[in-house]
Design a protein around this ligand. Structure first.
Ligand code: BGC
Length: 879
């Protein structure tokens, strides 16, 4: 056993779940820190107390707090609450030992936290404004609107903050410079309940003298076309709300707020819509419109704005990170299709857009059609259904023009380009760049196996599908006329998501909307649900609606934050108590509509719900799972009566399930892959030997199916875990490494760079599945990564927040080594194993203040090893 001598420090100090704690909604934010390295020569280090130093912004002495506690994650704010706009500087240190020796960290770096506007009054009279000249058409795309305000500042600025949001999407500029790095702000929420505002530090953009703030607003999700129900789903007017607070060095404050003194006009963007794309005409640019000294031309029609009565009550500070441009994707190839079209291949399917740097004659009209795949060598637009994903850029002839769209995004790998000015600009990776956007979450998990490049590729594809769909809302896909927050997809993938990224703020925000949209316990099938479609979407659905119980639980396991469990508890309870339509025994109403084992590979392309396992059977099994889980949630929250009540209810339902669906000999009504996985995973058999026998039948079934997957949404995310639980990991390795359709690696073999909606979105011939839902970027089937992390990599939390975790790699298939890391709330775990002739060798790094249970494969493993923090190497004999 080797010991690390690396330095021991606090890695960062965080507030609630914010990546950047500027403009947060919590007046008393909980504080966390993670450990970096290991205390010198001390194993099993746990914290016994901590110190926090808090320095308030306005001159007072630092306050120092010492607290006897082993908690290092989400500890209470020890000082008085922050007021609106107030900031504080915080540092932390940690004391502890292992019972024999002591070690402490030095003080951490100083971290800044700043409250946003915590109530309506803090907006200091700012009101929503709209454009007087805006003409409303129910079916026509509106032109994005420019809002501007010129104002004078007598002195140099010492500190300035811009608080801003829109009904629509905004992009702001001050004195000609872009404010912040957010795109598609304020993102998509259930706007009637919650509208996020952003806070930007804009000190450096302002100066003494004349200043201008300019904001452009597009339709976005708020007023654009979303789902099948047309446009203007949340409102008919694009509106802006902004408050600029400026302080000079003597602390004298000035504010600039939205009111009717702002003017509005139109610029170069002619249209911009989420599904359909953007039309940008450089000839119509209002040069310098957000800079001092701007003089509008006669035909540019700047007119006053109108104050609207829109309520400020729904305003909320963000919980999760904003959407940003996170990566660039380089152009790989310029292709000429059989019909002579020019097509760009980025080599990677992703969500985002193109950046162009192009010079061409005035009036050059470039169109960009974005698609995921080619069919017969041409761009395949059919899977997009009615979404156009087409950007049009018209050049002014005024030299090199740089363009990116503002209020749209696309899911694509290929772009057909028409009208490119080849004579003046080469079409290559210098003139065209792919920009990938998504909620900018912190990456927490990684997996790699040097012995299996194909498994790495699958893992990479899974990550790309997550990135493409975590867009403020967990969308099903980023390309077709859908891109909705389907709750069922989120249910199947949340464990995987929580490993790959710190999703805590992301879920916290979205779950608030899920909760506030519930009616009589039933959450809509997609959240946010367009208000006009809400009634139709309020369908009680197993797996989909069950996400109100399962996701908070999954998040609790990865973060240890009981607050999310607590704030979601009533909503989870109301789903079980009131939402589920039942028959007398408490099981699901038999004729309730269900998606069930959606996209079972045996279902015909045009009927994805026609699964081989009955939807009622699936629904009953899940009902027991979520009822029992709710009991466990209640226990975690110390609601003892509820814990007992739901526990007992789950047991009664289990008996009802057995009566309804199992036979005396232990067989079940649906002896399919999903039909066997669910009762095994949810412990629904009356006798242990029936479960053992069912596991054996599942193994046989899978073998008879040549190790091809036979599950849809309900079974896919559970099958690997179930097989492992019954000692059948080898069977799942064979499924995972199957390359024939339907299987995960079939897709990889077909050149996939993301995970597909259907096992056969592309058929072996290269033609596309004829079904009308054929996406190449759905994250749901990527839930297999939670098995890869937990079984191949061997990492799984045992206690909430990974305070205690298991390291149990189970080698199999062609995998001879694997390296897995996870950034827990306490620090980074890494587990790296390899087969060394007849030995299995495992290196593990256990972060301070945590405990690992290590279980080795092989012959001479003896009892499990339980270790505290430290750096270890373990070996076992495997042959
Ligand atoms: C979506 C799915 C979703 C489903 C509901 C589809 O159109 O893309 O992922 O869960 O509808 O069954």
């Amino acid at each position: 056993m080797a010991l690390s001598t690396s330095s021991f420090a606090l890695q960062h100090v965080a507030f609630e779940h914010h990546v950047t704690a500027l403009g947060i909604g919590e007046a008393s934010p909980r504080i966390s820190w993670a450990f970096e390295g290991q205390p010198h020569k001390i194993q099993n280090w746990t914290q016994s107390s901590y110190g926090l130093e808090i320095t308030r912004d306005h001159g007072s002495e630092p306050e120092i707090f010492f607290v006897n506690s082993s908690e290092s994650s989400l500890v209470p704010w020890p000082s008085t609450p922050l007021s609106s706009g107030e900031s504080a500087r915080v540092r932390a240190r940690s004391f502890g030992g292992n019972g024999f020796e002591e070690a402490q960290t030095p003080w951490s770096d100083v971290y800044q936290v700043e409250a946003g506007l915590l109530n309506e009054d803090a907006w200091e009279g700012a009101v929503f404004v709209s454009a007087e000249q805006e003409i409303y058409h129910q079916n026509r795309t509106r032109q994005p609107i420019l809002f501007r305000k010129s104002f004078k500042l007598p002195r140099k600025v010492a500190r300035a903050r811009l608080y801003i949001t829109a009904r629509g999407l905004f992009s702001a500029e001050i004195n000609g410079q872009r404010v912040g790095e957010e795109v598609l702000a304020p993102g998509w929420q259930s706007y009637q309940h919650r509208l996020q505002y952003s806070t930007f530090a804009v000190t450096d953009l302002l100066r003494a003298g004349e200043n201008v703030i300019g904001v452009q607003i597009g339709e976005g999700w708020y007023a654009g076309r979303i789902g099948p129900k047309g446009k203007n789903l949340w409102g008919k007017k694009l509106e802006l709300l902004a408050l600029l607070v400026v302080e000079d060095k003597d602390g004298v404050r000035r504010v600039v707020r939205t009111d009717s003194s702002w003017e509005s006009g139109y610029g170069a963007i002619q249209a911009s819509e989420i599904y359909d794309g953007e039309v940008y005409d450089f000839r119509k640019t209002q040069k310098e419109w957000s800079s001092p000294g701007f003089k509008s031309s006669k035909d540019s029609k700047w007119v006053p704005t109108v104050e609207t009565n829109s309520s400020l009550q729904v305003l909320a500070a963000p919980d999760g990170p904003p959407i940003r441009r996170v990566e660039t994707v380089e152009l790989q190839q310029v292709l000429t299709t059989p019909s002579g079209k020019t097509v760009l291949d980025f080599g990677q399917n992703f969500a985002g857009w193109l950046r162009l740097r192009v010079k061409g004659p005035k009036g050059t009209n470039i169109t960009l059609v974005h698609v995921e795949v080619l069919e017969n060598g041409e761009v395949a637009t059919r899977p997009l259904r009615t979404a156009k994903q087409t950007d049009t850029v018209i050049l002014s002839g005024g030299g090199v023009e740089t363009w990116e769209p503002s209020f749209t995004y696309h899911g694509f790998r290929y772009v057909q380009v028409d009208g490119w000015p080849h004579k003046s600009t080469k079409l290559n990776s210098k003139s065209v760049t792919g920009i990938a956007i998504h909620s900018d979450m912190r990456e927490t998990g990684s997996f790699e196996s040097s012995s299996s490049p194909i498994l790495n590729k699958l893992h990479d594809n899974i990550r790309w599908s997550m990135k493409s769909n975590f867009m403020g809302v967990p969308t099903d896909c980023p390309q077709r006329d859908e891109r909705l927050g389907w709750t069922g997809d989120a249910h199947t993938f949340s464990t995987t998501a929580n490993f790959l990224y710190d999703t805590s703020g992301f879920w916290r925000a979205w779950m608030k909307d899920v909760c506030s949209e519930q009616v009589n316990g039933v959450p809509p099938a997609v959240v946010p649900a367009p208000p006009t479609a809400l009634q139709a979407l309020l369908v009680p659905l197993t797996l989909w609606s069950d996400s109100v119980v399962s996701i908070p639980w999954d998040v609790w396991m990865s973060t240890g934050d009981a607050e999310l469990l607590r704030s979601q508890y009533q909503c989870a309870k109301s789903w079980i108590d009131r939402g589920v339509p039942r028959i007398d025994s408490g099981l699901w109403k038999r004729d309730a509509f269900q998606y069930g084992d959606w996209l079972d590979p045996a279902a015909p392309p045009d009927d994805p719900g026609a699964a081989t396992t009955s939807p009622v059977y699936v629904a009953d099994a899940y009902l027991i799972y979520v009822t029992r889980l709710l009991g466990r949630v209640a226990a975690a929250l110390e609601f003892t009566d509820d814990a007992e009540y739901y526990g007992a209810w789950a047991s009664n339902l289990t008996v009802a399930f057995q009566e309804a669906w199992t036979h005396g000999n232990g067989t079940v009504a649906y002896e399919t892959q999903t039909g066997l996985v669910l009762p095994l995973r949810f412990s629904l058999f009356s006798e242990p030997q029936h479960a053992e026998a069912a596991a054996k039948r599942l193994e046989d079934k899978i073998a008879a199916n040549h190790f091809k997957i036979g599950t849809g949404f309900a079974g896919t995310h559970l099958i690997g875990h179930t097989l492992t639980e019954y000692g059948l990991s080898d069977t799942f390795y064979k499924m995972l490494f199957q390359t024939e359709m339907p299987s995960w690696l079939y897709q990889v073999g077909m050149g996939a760079t993301t995970t597909w909606e259907r096992w056969d979105s592309m058929l072996p011939s290269g033609s596309l599945n004829p079904g009308e839902m054929t996406s190449f970027n759905h994250y749901s089937a990527g839930s297999v990564a939670s098995w890869i992390h937990g079984t191949v990599g061997g990492l799984e939390p045992i206690a909430p927040g990974w305070k205690r975790f298991r390291v149990r790699p189970i080698p199999g298939g062609p995998v001879r080594s694997a390296e897995t890391t996870y950034q827990t709330p306490y620090g980074k775990i890494s587990a790296s194993w390899r087969m060394d002739r007849n030995h299995f060798v495992l290196d593990v790094d256990v972060p301070p203040n945590t405990v690992a249970e290590v279980i080795l494969p092989g012959k001479d493993v003896g009892s499990n090893k339980v270790v505290g923090s430290g750096v270890y190497t373990f070996r076992s004999r495997i042959s």
